[in-house]
Design a binder for this molecule. Structure first.
Ligand SMILES: *[C@@H]1O[C@H](CO)[C@@H](O)[C@H](O)[C@H]1NC(C)=O
Ligand SMILES: *[C@@H]1O[C@H](CO)[C@@H](O)[C@H](O)[C@H]1NC(C)=O
Ligand SMILES: *[C@@H]1O[C@H](CO)[C@@H](O)[C@H](O)[C@H]1NC(C)=O
Ligand SMILES: *[C@@H]1O[C@H](CO)[C@@H](O)[C@H](O)[C@H]1NC(C)=O
Ligand SMILES: *[C@@H]1O[C@H](CO)[C@@H](O)[C@H](O)[C@H]1NC(C)=O
Ligand SMILES: *[C@@H]1O[C@H](CO)[C@@H](O)[C@H](O)[C@H]1NC(C)=O
Ligand SMILES: *[C@@H]1O[C@H](CO)[C@@H](O)[C@H](O)[C@H]1NC(C)=O
Length: 400
């Protein structure tokens, strides 16, 4: 998440408590795909050090907080609350993975922002309770959205995930008025997009499977998306054509920042950094707090052959614009405007996401089991998974 006001967060806190459920990890159901009987006790801890792959999901849905998760519960399509599996290393607030009885579909909730996302996904990927080697990962969350690129309620599928706050930061008032922003890429002295950072941590840019992104967009485009009249009216205040449109499915890159930034100047700074880091291939479109962390954990797991990084899909729905419309202040917009499209964005996680999940299950044998060959570079800025990144100064990196 990256857009909510305090009132909504309070509601979410309540939901988070509700989501704390009793573990039931007695994996005795014979319907489980290639069940090897997970050696788990009633508290979900592995009873033996031997890896015991009880569950081999085809799709893992990744939510970040209770409300995003709730759209997958009590639905007609499948029941991910049939098996609750406590996973060591998950968030105290969301300690369980939730799976269908046959283990084909699982849903996890990471907790919000980068540390929670990286920790939970690492715990999942390294857990002996699951075989994730052929699983598709569907990041399915709400986000802020850049009005130059899309409208609230829209569903964006990313190719690039960029960690936009991985920079030096000054309060702009401490800089001369020749600076456009207080964010300055590491190892440089000028704001993006002037100069590529000379120091990188490895998590600044992730590029996912663009062939899969296209398939997911095609699947999600079958959805009839939700909208509401207040959000539709509010959108018309923006000067950009993309902002005024009814919700649609878009190719739309995502930014990650623990810092919940807001307003035109920081939005433009994030856009400039995205341009810089991806050599102009990525376009700043949605804002969230987790995706680079989730992808970072998946990438490490992929290096250990626990997951297939090429099966990651990043879907974000626009819950609120990242900046105010003309005539409204950034402060007013973030704290007092509540007609931005929050409701439709939550609905559309399910409406678009379910098409992706069903599409993967339906065409599992002919298409998804073996995997979709990407034609683009896939991986991080270091080329950790092989190949040469199509962005950045590979292989010449410094360390801070
Ligand atoms: C756990 O699942 C088993 C097998 O389905 C069932 O017999 C048992 O009652 C469940 N326990 C709880 C606490 O839900
Ligand atoms: C589960 O534990 C039992 C008893 O300790 C052991 O015989 C069995 O091989 C284990 N199963 C797996 C899949 O690790
Ligand atoms: C799994 O947990 C949810 C609450 O999070 C609960 O409603 C459901 O009954 C649990 N399922 C089982 C099989 O215990
Ligand atoms: C702003 O001006 C200062 C003082 O002349 C200079 O050191 C700095 O490099 C300038 N920064 C930018 C981004 O132009
Ligand atoms: C996002 O994660 C990827 C993969 O670890 C990394 O290469 C990239 O630098 C991260 N982006 C940011 C801005 O940290
Ligand atoms: C973004 O980059 C453009 C082009 O270099 C520049 O004009 C603009 O001031 C930058 N915006 C910010 C907030 O740094
Ligand atoms: C990239 O995604 C496409 C579409 O799902 C898939 O066919 C391909 O196998 C994926 N690439 C790899 C290397 O898995």
């Amino acid at each position: 998440m990256h857009f909510l006001g305090a009132a909504v967060s309070a509601v979410l806190a309540v939901r988070g408590v509700v989501a704390l459920a009793v573990a039931n990890t007695t994996a005795t159901n014979s319907a489980i795909a290639d069940d090897t009987t997970a050696n788990t006790s009633s508290d979900g801890l592995v009873a033996s050090s031997t890896a015991s792959y009880g569950i081999k999901p085809k799709v893992v849905i990744i939510s970040h907080f209770g409300l995003e998760a709730s759209v997958w519960y009590g639905i007609k399509d499948f029941d991910v609350l049939a098996r609750n599996i406590t996973v060591p290393g998950f968030s105290p607030r969301y300690p369980q993975a939730h799976c269908t009885l046959n283990g084909e579909i699982c849903q996890v909730t990471t907790g919000e922002a980068e540390i929670n996302a990286a920790s939970t996904i690492s715990a999942l990927a390294l857990s002996p309770l699951f075989d994730l080697t052929t699983s598709y990962f569907l990041v399915a969350g709400i986000a802020g959205i850049n009005p130059q690129r899309g409208s609230t309620g829209s569903v964006g599928f990313a190719r690039f995930a960029v960690q936009v706050a991985q920079q030096y930061e000054f309060d702009i008032r401490d800089l001369g008025d020749n600076f456009t922003t207080g964010y300055i890429p590491y190892g440089t002295q000028v704001p993006a997009p002037a100069q590529y950072p000379t120091n990188v941590y490895g998590t600044e840019v992730f590029e996912v499977n663009a062939s899969l992104q296209k398939l997911a967009i095609a699947l999600a485009s079958k959805a009839k998306l939700s909208d509401d009249p207040a959000a539709a009216a509010y959108r018309q205040k923006y000067q950009f054509a993309a902002a005024k449109k009814a919700p649609s499915v878009l190719a739309c890159d995502v930014s990650t920042s623990d810092n919940y930034f807001h307003g035109k100047i920081l939005g433009d700074a994030a856009a400039n950094f995205t341009t810089l880091m991806t050599d102009g291939k990525g376009v700043y479109c949605t804002t969230a707090q987790e995706d680079n962390a989730t992808l970072g954990a998946l990438l490490r797991a992929a290096k250990a052959k626990k997951v297939d990084f090429k099966r990651a899909i990043v879907m974000r729905t626009g819950a609120a614009f990242d900046r105010p419309p003309p005539g409204e202040s950034a402060f007013q917009h973030l704290f007092y405007t509540d007609v931005d499209g929050f409701g439709p964005s939550v609905d559309n996680i399910y409406l678009a996401g379910i098409q992706v999940v069903k599409g993967i299950l339906r065409d599992w044998a002919p298409t998804y089991k073996a995997g979709v060959q990407p034609t683009n570079y896939v991986g991080d800025i270091f080329g950790s998974l092989g190949g040469v990144p199509d962005f950045g100064p590979y292989p010449n990196f410094g360390e801070a």
